[in-house]
Write a protein that binds this ligand. Structure first.
Ligand SMILES: O=c1ccn([C@H]2C[C@H](O)[C@@H](COP(=O)(O)OP(=O)(O)OP(=O)(O)O)O2)c(=O)[nH]1
Ligand SMILES: [Mg+2]
Length: 157
């Protein structure tokens, strides 16, 4: 189990640290470290502070992913999903939420605002191993494959 060091900033005081809700959970919930509620209007976005700085072990990243409940019930998702927290990042982890609701959204059908309150679980963080590649330019043909240049639905729907 990789160890992730956490530095709690003053505005996160009293808030729960990232935690796995069940023993098999992949993501640890992140909460909003805000003093005043933030209203995200339909189609608008907001960068929500978590009040946490983290130090991941080398060879790991943290992915900031949406919570499906917020997405399904309220049309709120992580705009840059999955957000990438690099192992060498020492700033505050933030979550970019977007409100997808509009009069024409298939699920809500309404241009509703959504309010984030202090301590709300807004996203989840998945710690995952990553590799860096050696990118190497070649003048030769790339190795042949059965797929070749087919993509974007080439195998059918
Ligand atoms: O959802 C996110 C995404 C990123 N970050 C932080 C950690 C990450 O290490 C850094 C840079 O993110 P990214 O590489 O995605 O953004 P960029 O636009 O490429 O910025 P940079 O030029 O700083 O790499 O911002 C977050 O806190 N939350
Ligand atoms: Mg970057």
């Amino acid at each position: 189990m990789p160890k992730v060091l956490i530095k709690r900033l003053p505005h996160a005081e009293g808030l729960p640290l990232p935690s796995y809700q069940t023993s098999g959970a992949a993501g640890a919930d992140l909460v909003a470290a805000i003093d005043e509620p933030i209203v995200i209007g339909p189609g608008a976005r907001a960068m929500i502070p978590t009040g946490l700085k983290i130090a991941l072990p080398e060879g790991y990243e943290a992915q900031v992913r949406p919570r499906s409940g917020l997405a399904a019930k309220h049309g709120i998702t992580v705009l840059n999903s999955p957000g990438t927290v690099d192992a060498d990042y020492r700033g505050e982890v933030k979550v970019i939420l977007v409100n997808t609701n509009s009069a024409s959204s298939p699920m809500s059908g309404r241009a509703t605002s959504f309010t984030i309150e202090r301590g709300d679980r807004i996203a989840q963080m998945v710690v995952a191993p990553v590799t860096q590649a050696n990118f190497e330019v070649t003048e030769d043909d790339l190795p042949e494959t059965l797929r070749g240049e087919g993509g974007f639905g080439s195998t059918g729907v």
